[in-house]
Design a binder for this molecule. Structure first.
Ligand SMILES: Nc1ncnc2c1ncn2[C@@H]1O[C@H](COP(=O)(O)OP(=O)(O)OP(=O)(O)O)[C@@H](O)[C@H]1O
Length: 416
C-alpha cells in the first residue's frame, strides 16, 4: 500500500519531469485572416509612425528653464488740443497734461522679470500733501448737511481717509456739502481727460521692446543653454514671416498680431501675453535648430493702477495709470535619444500587437462559420470523474480525411 507521502512524492516528480505546451487551432478563413492582418498593419503603423516617430518615443524629454528681460525704447507726447470740448476739460489740465513721456515715465515698475507695463492713458493729480480736505462727492455717503453726519475718525467705504467730523463745501461745487477727511489733498478727481474717446499718449504703437530670453535644458547637460538673440551686427526687428527670429518688437505689431485694436486697448488698458516656445530636438545641432517661436494673445481688457512720484518731503504727484501689461510666457521641451525609452516603446508596441489575437479570437468564436468546430477543438471540458479523462487522438487517416473535406485543421483532440 502506498503511503500519502509516496503519492505526494510521485506527483511532485511527475510535474517536475512534465512539459506543457498550448494547443494550437489553425483556421483557414479568408475574412478572419484579413481582419487579423489589417489589425496587425494598423497597430504596427500606429506604433512606428505615431508612437515612435511622431511622438518621438525614442527620446527622453525635459522642460526648459528660462528668464526673460526687456528693454523698451520710444517717446511720446501728451497734450490736450485747444479745440477739445472746454466744458469737460478743466483749464489747468491743458498745462498739466502737456508733456513728453519717455521710458522712465511710462514703464512702471522700471524692471520686472517676465513682464512689463506701459502707461498709455493717465489721470494726474499733482501737488498732493497730507492734510484735511473735502471728500470726493462721488463717494457713497460722503455728502452731508450737518457735522453730525460726519462721525469723527470713522471711514467711508472707498473713501480717502478718516472723517474729521466736519461737513464742508465741496471743492467741485460750492452748492454741495461733503464730509471733510484726513487724506492726501486735494483728493483725486477721477476722470480721463478725453473721457473715453482717445488715449492721452500718442505714438505708443511705435515703441519697441527688446526681449532677451535666456533658456537652458540642464537635464541634458550644461552645454544646452542659449538665448533668443540672433548673432549679428545689430538686433533684428521681428516680422512674423520675413524675420520670425527677430528679438525687437513694435508694440503696434504685437497688438495687431494678437488680434487687438491698439486705440481701444490703450484707452482702458489690457493684458497681452507674448508666448515664446522652444521645442528642441537635441539630436540635431542645438545652435542651428533649437530656435524660438513667438505667439501673441490678448488675455484681458481693462487694467489700471495708481502710483505716485514723491517730490520734496511730504509732496507727491499721483498717477492713475491705464496701460498695456505684457506677460512673457516661456515654454519649451527638449528631447534627446534614449535607449531605455526606445526599448520601452518598442516593447509596448509589441505588446499592443498581442491585441490582434483578442480580435481574432472574438471573430473566430462568435462570427466565423467554423465557430462550433473551433470551440470543440479548442476547449477540453473536465468533469468530476474519478478516472482520468481519456482524450482520444485522431489517427493519421482521420486527419487526412479532415484536411481534405474541411477548412478546419486541428492538432487533434476530441471531446470524450
Ligand atoms: N527696445 C529697443 N529697440 C531697439 N533697439 C534696442 C532696444 N533695446 C535695446 N536695443 C539695442 O540693442 C542693443 C543691445 O542693447 P543693450 O541694452 O544690451 O545695450 P545698451 O548699449 O545698454 O543699450 P542702450 O544704451 O541703447 O539702451 C543696443 O544696440 C541697444 O541700443
Amino acid at each position: 500500500m502506498t503511503s500519502r507521502w509516496d503519492r505526494l512524492g510521485n506527483s511532485l516528480l511527475q510535474s517536475f519531469i512534465e512539459y506543457e505546451t498550448p494547443r494550437l487551432v489553425k483556421v483557414h478563413n479568408v475574412y478572419l485572416g484579413l481582419v487579423i492582418r489589417v489589425c496587425q498593419i494598423l497597430v504596427f503603423s500606429y506604433v512606428i509612425s505615431y508612437a515612435i516617430l511622431y511622438e518621438r518615443g525614442y527620446q527622453e524629454f525635459a522642460q526648459v528653464e528660462s528668464s526673460a528681460t526687456v528693454k523698451l525704447k520710444g517717446t511720446s507726447r501728451s497734450h490736450i488740443p485747444t479745440h477739445e470740448n472746454a466744458t469737460t476739460i478743466l483749464p489747468e489740465w491743458r498745462h498739466l497734461y502737456s508733456r513728453i513721456w519717455d521710458v522712465a515715465d511710462y514703464v512702471v515698475p522700471p524692471a520686472e522679470n517676465g513682464a512689463f507695463f506701459i502707461t498709455t492713458n493717465v489721470v494726474i493729480t499733482p501737488n498732493q500733501t497730507q492734510g484735511s480736505c473735502a471728500e470726493d462727492p462721488a463717494i457713497k455717503r460722503a455728502k452731508c448737511k450737518t457735522d453730525e453726519q460726519c462721525i469723527k475718525d470713522k471711514y467711508l467705504v472707498f473713501g480717502h481717509g478718516p472723517m474729521t467730523g466736519r461737513c464742508v463745501p465741496s471743492d467741485r461745487s460750492q452748492r454741495t456739502k461733503v464730509c471733510e477727511v484726513e487724506a492726501w489733498c486735494p483728493i483725486e478727481r477721477d476722470g480721463l481727460p478725453f473721457g473715453m474717446t482717445k488715449p492721452l499718449m500718442d505714438h505708443v504703437d511705435r515703441y519697441t521692446v527688446f526681449i532677451k530670453n535666456s533658456i537652458a535644458f540642464p537635464f541634458f547637460g550644461p552645454q544646452y543653454r542659449r538665448n533668443n538673440v540672433i548673432p549679428g551686427p545689430k538686433p533684428t526687428i521681428y516680422h512674423p514671416v520675413r524675420r520670425p527670429l527677430g528679438q525687437i518688437f513694435w508694440l503696434g505689431d504685437v497688438i495687431s498680431l494678437s488680434g487687438g485694436n491698439f486705440t481701444q486697448l490703450s484707452l482702458k488698458g489690457g493684458v497681452i501675453s507674448i508666448s515664446i516656445q522652444w521645442n528642441c530636438d537635441l539630436d540635431y545641432d542645438f545652435d542651428k535648430y533649437c530656435l524660438p517661436h513667438y505667439e501673441f494673445r490678448i488675455l484681458d481688457t481693462g487694467w489700471n493702477f495708481r502710483h505716485a512720484q514723491f517730490h520734496e518731503t511730504g509732496r507727491r504727484t499721483l498717477f492713475k495709470a491705464y496701460g498695456l501689461r505684457f506677460v512673457i510666457l516661456v515654454d519649451g521641451l527638449a528631447g534627446k535619444f534614449s535607449l531605455r525609452n526606445t526599448i520601452l516603446n518598442v516593447g509596448n508596441g509589441l505588446a499592443l500587437l498581442g491585441m490582434t489575437t483578442f480580435v481574432g479570437e472574438f471573430f473566430l468564436l462568435y462570427f466565423a462559420k467554423e465557430k462550433k468546430n473551433v470551440v470543440a477543438k479548442k476547449y477540453d471540458y473536465i468533469t468530476k470523474r474519478r478516472n482520468a479523462i481519456k482524450v482520444p487522438t485522431l489517427d493519421e487517416a482521420e486527419v487526412a480525411t479532415l484536411n481534405q473535406n474541411a477548412d478546419v485543421f486541428t492538432l487533434k483532440s476530441d471531446l470524450p
